[in-house]
Design a protein around this ligand. Structure first.
Ligand code: ANZ
Ligand code: ZN
Length: 946
């Protein structure tokens, strides 16, 4: 092979692979299987862009490597073809979405096939094919039959432009993910899927799978378990109870009012006197999104329910009840007990409405330097800390201790009956001599402080209160001898105090915060006060005890919401349900599946927000499956997440018309061993399909509890300008042009080499040229291949390369794997004759990356079978260490330095290497080398004249 004619090579091998069915995955349970999966694409009208294949190529490398390792590999692809862009295109052009989908997927197929990816095309699927969506509908019916699909009027996110209901996940910063229009709230009857029923398992079972950590973290946060309790508050003069969800049952004694979501179902049943005012507020609240309603910064609004009083079950106090939009109907019980002393939003609300704020938790601090010593007795004390400020200088009066390296505020115990202000003044006088200080304020409630009192040999549990005083005059008494021996007073600025490492006061941060900031709630855990028999207990243990006392129930609530499964659009799977006036919602009989999407004239959603299907009366009107009376079909369709929730199962048995997939085939092929996809799908598709899979598992229809054993994610490829590639920006790179000019292999190698696989990176056609040159060099070596044996250096390099490529590809470090191949190629280029063994190794390691060229060069070597059928290479660990020698370098007989060189290098090379060393350069500068004496493998002595 002389020149590298990528066009003919690539065409030739693609044809051959296709004819031989090289990548067909036989259902052969005797063989060990491997199932890599990429997220099947949405075939858009724009065609493939160079970002699409990045994951396809990466997992193609894995797929090809696995085949070489002896696995039976299923690497499938298909089309996730329902969705808005096609529908919007149909809307604009009047073209049937079926035809548009066919054209687009034909283009995608041609483009992907030109890249030589080893997909098993015989298993291609298309979610818009009635033979496929028959089973999507069938799974929906199973969900319905198990009570996991239900219709509910819910406030949904509504995009007024797209005229479509959006799932929470499709709303980004309060705007429609597709078009950026601000989202409104609308009440709409929707099919919902009860994904919340699986919340705990979806959360817990993440421990059983090998997902990229950030995907796990995102799913965990999205599912968002919150451990707390449900506690009932009776309503005075009514049989209603208002149940609240709280994560802080320890604060129950501080619950001074209740707040209900405006949509709370009890509102209609409560004896409310101001109904009109309440109704008006409810209407206004429903227009807002959840994000707007719960924003911390927002001014609180709400309405008091006049005539309604609740009873705090802990202390039997009667407390008022409000509705406010910061409480969400869909979280917890849709009602909360407000504890303004310890919750920011409740605090803001209480300030706004002038409601009672009662502190029930105080902070607890433990001295880090002198923590309590277990076994020592604990003495409880009340104490004050006085923060004395000199208003002229703004300095703080502190004590510098003599026997300890401490700086403290003025501190002292106070007696039970003593007035704390007087006690503090007494301490100031005793310790500093200042006689004239003026009390200013107390810095919030006390803090419980635990430490070991060194001087007394006992543990202390002190209830500290901090007070601020101002120096009235400089007048100062003599300080007693005893006090002077302990410490001396000193004025410090706040900055000096902050920089002082010896501040011996565990409460310091709390006092500083309260000194400088507005009063605000303490939201941390701590010790209970004002809580009857529970006072003195710590938050964590109080939660359970108080819940128990008031007959509440410990409960875990999840942030995850049920999945809005209806779309009032056309291009989706019809929801196979029929509504009968007499029998209610009835499932379409399974034998009548699929409910095919009828052809329509216009794809415009109706102005009432109903699906275009609602206009086709001959389709809508049908008979009730139960009573055979007249009934109407559901006109909503499924969201574009439906078909992708189970597609990986269909690949196992794509043509089955009797079941969604044969159970033996599923048992053999599933779970997916390695699934790569975009991070943007983590809480959508990835979570949804885990939910469907678990449901199917419960039905005994799939063999594993999780669909995907492993999940990785790729970074997107940006345009050359660093922006997202998009048709509207005109910066899309079409792989067709690249394949035409440089070849699929160059594209493949470049996409793997361009940067770390998991990071976003900008395309660069210039850099692609480098990948192409590398392949040309590999091809160029061919004419120098001969049966010579390996040099020790090349042998070491060969084993190192096998190791590096094998290991790096497994963790998707494709860029460093390619660079190892480049180093190996470079190592060979230095040899006069290229040893055949090394060259074959290079081709085999390169084959998953650049399969066409590797096949070509392989067969040029006279090999009869495909390079694909060669087993994956292994390295010899003993041959990894490069055989290097250390040569001592002398100058005029004096040892100056050493050089390391591979075994077998020539004297000239050693000399050249030595001369490049700075130490040697220094000694030789201005001199002429007269002679070199080389003792092979040991010493080189450089002699100079003059
Ligand atoms: C009393 C309390 C006291 C609370 C306190 C917090 C601090 P997470 O952690 O996110 O699960 N809450 C309960 N239901 C709500 C709803 N439907 N809409 C808005 N807020 C709601 O939040 C749980 C806390 O959020 C609950 O605990 C409740 O306020 C509030 F010092 O109860 B808490
Ligand atoms: Zn009926």
């Amino acid at each position: 092979m002389r020149s590298y004619d990528h066009k003919s090579i690539e065409k030739k091998w693609q044809k051959k692979w296709d004819e031989e069915g090289a990548f067909k995955a036989p259902d052969d349970p005797k063989k060990k299987k491997y199932y890599p999966l990429i997220e099947f694409p949405y075939p858009s009208g724009a065609g493939l862009h160079v970002g699409h294949p990045r994951p396809y190529i990466a997992l193609d490398i894995i797929a090809r490597k696995r085949r070489a390792e002896g696995f039976n590999v299923l690497y499938p692809i298909g089309w996730d073809a329902f969705g808005l862009p096609t529908e919007n295109y149909a809307l604009k052009t009047g073209k049937d979405p079926r035809i548009v989908t066919k054209e687009n997927s034909d283009t995608f197929r041609r483009q992907i096939q030109s890249l030589g990816i080893s997909f098993d095309w015989s298993r291609e699927i298309n979610t818009t094919d009635p033979k496929y969506y028959k089973w999507t509908q069938w799974i929906f019916l199973q969900l319905f039959k198990k009570g996991l699909a239900y219709k509910a009027e819910t406030a949904i996110n509504w995009c007024p432009k797209d005229k479509i209901g959006l799932a929470n996940e499709e709303v980004v910063d309060g705007k429609c993910e597709r078009c950026g229009t601000p989202v409104e709230q609308r009440l709409k009857e929707q099919w919902m899927l009860k994904i919340t029923e699986y919340a705990k398992r979806l959360y817990d079972d993440l421990d059983t799978v090998d997902y990229i950590e950030r995907a796990k973290v995102q799913q965990r946060n999205w599912i968002g378990p919150s451990e707390g309790a449900e506690i009932a508050f009776p309503i005075v003069g009514s049989s209603e109870n208002i149940s609240v969800f709280t994560t802080r049952a320890d604060t129950l004694f501080g619950a001074t009012f209740l707040v209900l979501a405006p949509e709370h179902p009890s509102i209609s049943k409560l004896p409310i006197k101001n109904r009109d005012e309440v109704a008006a507020y409810v209407v206004a609240a429903q227009k807002k999104t959840a994000i707007e309603r719960t924003a911390e910064t927002k001014k609180k609004t709400g309405v008091k329910l006049k005539g309604v009083t609740a009873v705090n079950p802990a202390n039997k106090e009667e407390i008022p009840v409000f509705i406010a939009d910061y409480v969400l109907a869909t979280y917890g019980t849709g009602a909360l007990m407000a504890v303004p002393a310890h919750d920011d939003r409740d605090y803001a609300f209480a300030k706004q409405f002038d409601l009672q704020i009662r502190e029930v938790i105080i902070p607890k601090v433990v001295d880090v330097h002198d923590p309590p010593i277990p076994g020592k007795k604990t003495v409880e004390r009340k104490a004050v800390q006085a923060i004395v400020i000199d208003p002229k200088t703004n300095k703080v009066l502190c004590l510098k201790w003599k026997k300890f390296p401490w700086t403290t505020f003025i501190t002292g115990g106070i007696e039970e009956e003593e007035d704390p202000i007087e006690g503090a003044k007494r301490e100031i006088l005793e310790e500093t001599g200042y006689t004239n200080v003026v009390y200013k304020r107390t810095l919030g409630g006390p803090v419980e402080s635990h430490f070991y009192a060194n001087h007394k040999g006992e543990n202390r549990k002190a209830l500290f209160t901090a007070m601020v005083f101002e120096l009235g005059s400089e007048e100062q008494n003599e300080i007693s001898e005893a006090e002077r021996e302990k410490h001396v007073p000193e004025w410090l600025t706040w900055a000096e105090l902050a920089a002082d490492k010896n501040v011996k006061c565990s409460e310091y941060d709390i006092w500083v915060d309260r000194f400088f900031n507005e009063p605000h709630p303490f939201t941390g855990k701590g010790v209970l006060i004002n809580s009857g028999e529970f006072s003195g207990i710590e938050s964590d243990s109080a939660k359970e005890k108080i819940t128990h006392r008031v007959k509440g129930e410990l409960k875990t609530t999840f942030k995850l919401r049920d999945w809005v499964f209806s779309r009032q659009r056309y291009w989706g799977e019809p929801i196979p349900m029929i509504h009968c006036g007499k029998c209610g919602w009835q499932p379409v009989s399974e034998k009548n599946l699929p409910v095919e999407l009828p052809e329509v004239e216009k794809y415009q959603p109706t102005d009432t927000g109903e699906s275009p299907l609602a206009n086709i009366t001959e389709w809508v009107n049908t008979t009730c499956p139960k009573c055979k009376g007249p009934a109407k079909r559901e006109t909503d369709v499924m969201p574009n997440w439906a078909g992708s929730s189970w597609y990986y199962l269909r690949y196992c048995d794509p043509d089955n018309d009797a079941e969604f997939a044969d159970s033996k085939k599923l048992k053999y092929w599933t779970p997916v061993d390695w699934y790569n996809g975009g991070m943007e799908h983590t809480v959508l598709h990835l979570l949804y399909s885990r939910f469907w899979h678990k449901f199917l598992y419960d039905e005994g229809l799939v063999p594993t509890i999780e669909p995907y054993a492993k999940r990785t994610s790729h970074g997107v490829i940006l345009a050359e300008d660093g922006k997202k590639m998009s048709k509207s920006l005109g910066n899309v790179i079409n792989p067709d042009d690249i394949v035409e000019r440089f070849g699929a292999d160059a594209l493949r190698v470049y996409e793997m080499f361009m940067g770390p696989f998991d990071q976003a990176i900008a395309w660069s056609t210039d850099s692609l040229v480098g990948a192409r040159r590398f392949l040309e060099k590999v091809a160029g070596l061919h004419e120098r291949v001969s049966d010579v044996s390996l040099t020790p250096t090349l042998e070491t390099l060969m084993h190192q390369t096998i190791k590096k490529v094998s290991e790096d590809t497994e963790v998707l470090k494709m860029n460093t794997a390619v660079s190892a191949l480049m180093i190996f190629q470079n190592g060979m280029s230095e040899e006069k004759s290229v040893p055949k063994k090394a060259y074959k190794t290079l081709l085999q390691l390169l084959a998953p990356f650049a399969p066409h060229l590797s096949e070509e060069l392989w067969s040029d070597l006279g090999e009869k079978s495909s390079i694909q059928s060669e087993p994956w290479l292994t390295y010899d660990p003993k041959k990894l260490q490069s055989q290097t020698l250390t040569i001592a370098i002398q100058i005029n007989g004096k040892m100056r330095t050493t050089v390391s060189v591979p075994v077998g290098v020539s004297e000239g090379e050693i000399e050249q290497k030595a001369r490049e060393l700075p130490e040697v350069e220094k000694w030789l500068s201005g001199k002429t080398v007269s002679k070199i004496i080389y003792v092979p493998g040991r010493v080189m002595n450089i002699l100079t004249s003059s």
